[in-house]
Ligand binder design. Structure first.
Ligand SMILES: NC(=O)c1ccc[n+]([C@@H]2O[C@H](COP(=O)([O-])OP(=O)(O)OC[C@H]3O[C@@H](n4cnc5c(N)ncnc54)[C@H](O)[C@@H]3O)[C@@H](O)[C@H]2O)c1
Ligand SMILES: [Zn+2]
Length: 675
């Protein structure tokens, strides 16, 4: 066998294998761009040696035979594929071929349509009712997917208006991008199959034996052609493909709103450029535009080759999926301490942009992909979404591929990293100390419900950290006039005010202080419980797991976070530092623990309080054992109504819930030494 014949054989075999993966299993093993390149190579070889073309060559056929598990539908009119153009020259050649063939120098008008990336279906209406739907299959026989198609809301079960007795509509079933992302996110969490791209998701969702599965998938549909029709005269007297689509629309079928009628090659190229530029802002994925000669008579005269019409071309966009190699994995620490694996890739151009990094999300994603360093991977970059690794080409795994190992220490601050049971993320436990988390931790530290430093807003924190004036919360208490007035937009007066606020914040409370530390899982309520239980910070710092578990509302996750936090010596240094600079709080009286006159009661604060802010009132009510809720229900024990109380008060009266005045609340506080 000649080298040429053997290359052709190899190409056909490879292409058939990939087609099977793609069309039958909805699970491609290589990116479309790679497939297209092999296909192109075969096409060129066959063009140069037409004697070697065989009827079963992938270049002569459409799709793949239908799966046996579905009923079969014979298409009355074949459902063909489209020839491709990859650049303007390809398109010009297509244009010229048509002009030559028709031997006329007229300008062609095109119906210009986005090339939706989904799968083609044919839907048959009889007397206006949807009676059958099929996939393209091999172009002649498709799979019966009638029940599945009926679950797609965009597809009318009944036509409107003056429709013909029999009408076959052709169009694309696709999965809009937001639905696709949401579905994959959900699948990732549940450990279910994640689809590589919206096309596979659409095909995999539609080709289900159980239509209830299809019904739960976010599928949509646009019509773009007419198949068999009983009374073609009803399809307008017009001889325009574009006009036909308008007519389909009038019968209630959805047609893509981006479709335009354009005159001449130049306008067709401009349409391609325009849609390409807006590709990322469309709600669905497209892989090019389809340019169809609009005049139906010209279409008829041009006719078909074996697998595609001569009068249409798919002018493809740059591919959004490519193969490349995973060179290494680095770990980035986010503002909340999450440690994210970032893939370093051999740079590759995807959709016109060079991609050298992609996110790997977390350990679960790495397990799911079964990915190793050194692997050949398929990456996808669609729109503005960060590049993703969608699959590993296992067949090409090198001998020396290495496992990806999560660091046990934070790459930024060296603190231990930890993956909480049941959570996907691995986190740095450095908290206040970790440079990556510094700004967020400081914003939390100064917040109203924490140390409550007025005038120290997010912008100022960022400025202070960027200027290296503040690294840890302790540094806040070391700020002075010279440092502050040196800052942009900071006058002497506001600097003085800020210093006063910082000074004032030193008089804190133990619950606030514990909350301010920003221990994961320790919110306001938990901080309060901890403070009341241990009463002294030292006791909390020395607490064992058992002692922590004895605190109300503290389970093993929370206890674990507290122990982790306290086990880091630099967190201890921060706490000591804060005490050294003078942060303090009154002792929590023993009776606060015993005297809980409001235990078991749920209270709701409403209206404006005069004597104190709502947060302070809430904190005190909680100290007395109450739960403070945000809305009134039959379970509410009492509503405390300040000035101008509105709907909550009305609701309380309606439900017969007790109403207290602010003064009654203040009296209660005084009685228990809280004022
Ligand atoms: N990755 C792989 O392993 C693999 C294997 C086989 C095929 N493929 C890919 O499949 C494609 C070739 O397959 P093909 O023959 O199914 O079709 P095609 O995608 O090249 O073109 C025809 C199809 O385009 C679709 N289409 C979208 N919008 C349309 C519109 N407005 N008007 C008409 N048709 C529209 C229809 O589904 C139609 O069947 C290539 O892109 C190839 O890369 C990939
Ligand atoms: Zn860290």
């Amino acid at each position: 066998m000649s080298d040429l014949q053997s290359r052709i054989d190899t190409l056909r075999q490879t292409l058939n294998q990939h087609s099977y993966q793609y069309y039958v299993l909805d699970n491609p093993s290589i990116p479309d761009a790679d497939y297209d390149a092999l296909y192109r190579e075969l096409q060129v070889l066959e063009q140069q040696h037409p004697d070697l073309i065989t009827a079963d060559s992938p270049t002569q056929r459409v799709g793949a035979a239908p799966l046996d598990k579905f009923g079969q539908v014979t298409h009355q009119i074949a459902m063909l594929s489209l020839d491709n153009a990859f650049d303007a020259a390809d398109f010009q050649a297509f244009y010229q071929r048509m002009a030559d063939r028709l031997d006329q120098q007229v300008e062609f008008s095109f119906c210009a349509e986005p090339k939706l990336d989904g799968l083609a279906v044919s839907i048959r209406y009889e007397d206006g009712l949807l009676v059958q739907a099929a996939t393209r299959g091999d172009g002649y026989t498709g799979e019966d997917i009638t029940s599945n198609i009926k679950t797609i809301r965009a597809i009318p079960l009944k036509l409107q208006g003056d429709y013909p007795p029999v009408l076959e509509v052709r169009g694309e079933v696709f999965m809009p991008l937001d639905g696709f992302e949401k579905m994959n996110d959900k699948a990732r969490l549940a450990g279910d199959k994640v689809f590589a791209n919206p096309r596979n998701a659409a095909a995999g969702s539609l080709r289900q034996l159980d239509p209830r599965i299809t019904a739960n998938r976010p599928l949509s549909f646009y019509a773009y052609a007419v198949g068999a029709v009983t009374d073609p005269a009803l399809l307008l007297n017009s001889k325009s493909h574009y006009a036909r689509l308008q007519q389909l629309k009038s019968w209630g079928l959805p047609v893509c709103p981006e479709i335009r009628l354009v005159a001449g090659a130049e306008a067709a190229l401009a349409y391609h450029a325009d849609i390409l530029q807006r590709r990322a802002s469309l709600a669905y994925e497209i892989d090019g535009v389809v340019l169809k000669v609009d005049d139906l008579l010209q279409q008829q005269n041009l006719g078909f080759v074996s697998r595609a019409p001569r009068w249409a071309i798919a002018f493809k966009f740059p591919a959004q999926e490519k193969t490349t190699r995973l060179l290494d994995v680095e770990f980035q620490v986010g503002r909340t301490g999450s440690v994210t694996p970032v893939a370093r890739l051999e740079p590759v151009s995807v959709g016109g942009v060079t991609v050298s990094n992609a996110t790997l999300h977390n350990q679960d994603e790495i397990n799911r992909l079964g990915i190793k360093i050194g692997d050949n991977v398929i990456i996808r970059r669609a729109g503005d979404v960060i590049p993703q690794i969608v699959a590993v080409v296992l067949a090409e795994r090198p001998q020396d591929a290495r496992d990806i190992v999560f660091p046990t220490e934070c790459p930024v601050c060296g603190s231990t990293t930890e993956r909480v049971e049941g959570e996907a993320v691995t986190r740095c436990t450095g908290g206040l100390f970790c440079g990556a988390q510094r700004k967020e931790a400081l914003k939390h530290f100064v917040a109203r419900k924490a140390m409550d430093i007025e005038g120290l807003g997010d912008k100022l924190i960022e400025q202070l950290v960027d200027e290296k004036l503040v690294q840890s919360p302790v540094d806040i208490y070391r700020l002075d006039m010279p440092a502050l007035v040196g800052l942009e937009r900071m006058g002497e007066k506001s600097a003085m005010k800020l210093l006063a606020a910082i000074e004032q914040s030193k008089q804190s409370s133990l619950p606030r202080f514990i909350y301010a530390l920003g221990i994961r899982e320790v919110g306001e309520a938990t901080a309060l419980n901890l403070a009341q239980h241990f009463r002294r910070l030292d006791a909390l710092r020395a607490a064992s797991l058992e002692e922590l578990l004895a605190v109300a509302d503290v389970g093993s996750v929370v206890a674990g976070q507290i122990l982790h936090f306290l086990a880091e010596s630099h967190n201890q240094t921060v706490i000591d530092g804060l005490i050294t600079v003078g942060v303090q709080w009154p002792d929590i009286a023993e009776k606060a623990q015993t005297a809980q006159p409001l235990a078991g009661q749920t209270l709701v604060l409403t209206g404006t309080l005069i004597a104190m802010g709502r947060d302070e009132a809430k904190e005190k009510l909680q100290q007395l054992g109450a739960k403070v809720a945000g809305s009134v229900s039959a379970k509410t024990s009492a509503v405390i109504a300040g000035d101008n109380a509105g709907s909550k008060l009305a609701k309380a009266e309606e439900l017969g819930v007790a109403v207290w005045t602010e003064q009654q609340m203040l009296d209660l506080f005084s009685e228990h030494g809280l004022r």
